[in-house]
Design a protein around this ligand. Sequence first.
Ligand code: SAH
Length: 212
Amino acid sequence: MVETIRAYGRSDIGLLGAGGISEEILVAMSQTQRHLFVPERSWSLAYSDTPVPIGHGQTISQPFVVALMTQLAKVRSDHTVLEIGTGSGYQAAILSRLVRKVCTIEIVRPLGETATKLLKEFGYDNVSVRIGDGYRGWQECGPFDAIIVTAALGHVPPPLIEQLKVGGRLVMPVGSAGAPQQLTIVKKTATGQTTSRNIGLVRFVPFTRSPN
Ligand code: SAH
């Protein structure tokens, strides 16, 4: 799986530069057992570069997309990172190996509870999981050096930009859920100022909203 990701990363030199996905991210992925985050009936797919259903209509993202989003967020070992859409907990586990602190929010309670249990059991001690609507972010856990959103919405939630540090990056699929979305990088250049860049088309599950 890691070799496939390495090869994909290098095949798109315009996107990531000649180095492709960083060695650090590839090592984090090779050290993380993806099957632990996948239901047992799908274990045969756990190390293929493909999304896998995790129940409640949700999926664990394709490993290359996890690697790509992590790389585009430019995470470093002293960073505090917010993830919206914990799902299986896999992306959070990868981030956990690369940064100081991970805060992650999941709206579907049973998924959030399972991920919390798994991450605790396997010693991902720098990850905090909250159950709720990630639209409002998680002020007390931030401010964030980077934010990764793993569900698709037509716009970037303003509270997330507010909780991003100046100089920080947010990576998110922007677009409606029925069609492919633009993987977008938003850079916060100053308080109240951002620039954004579209990377290419991706397909994510919808970003849902809670009524309150
Ligand atoms: N990062 C996950 C991918 C999960 S798919 C992984 O590595 O497995 C996206 C997840 O976003 C789903 O679990 C979905 O329930 C969740 N989600 C959708 N809208 C959300 C919202 N408003 N707040 C928090 N989580 C949300």
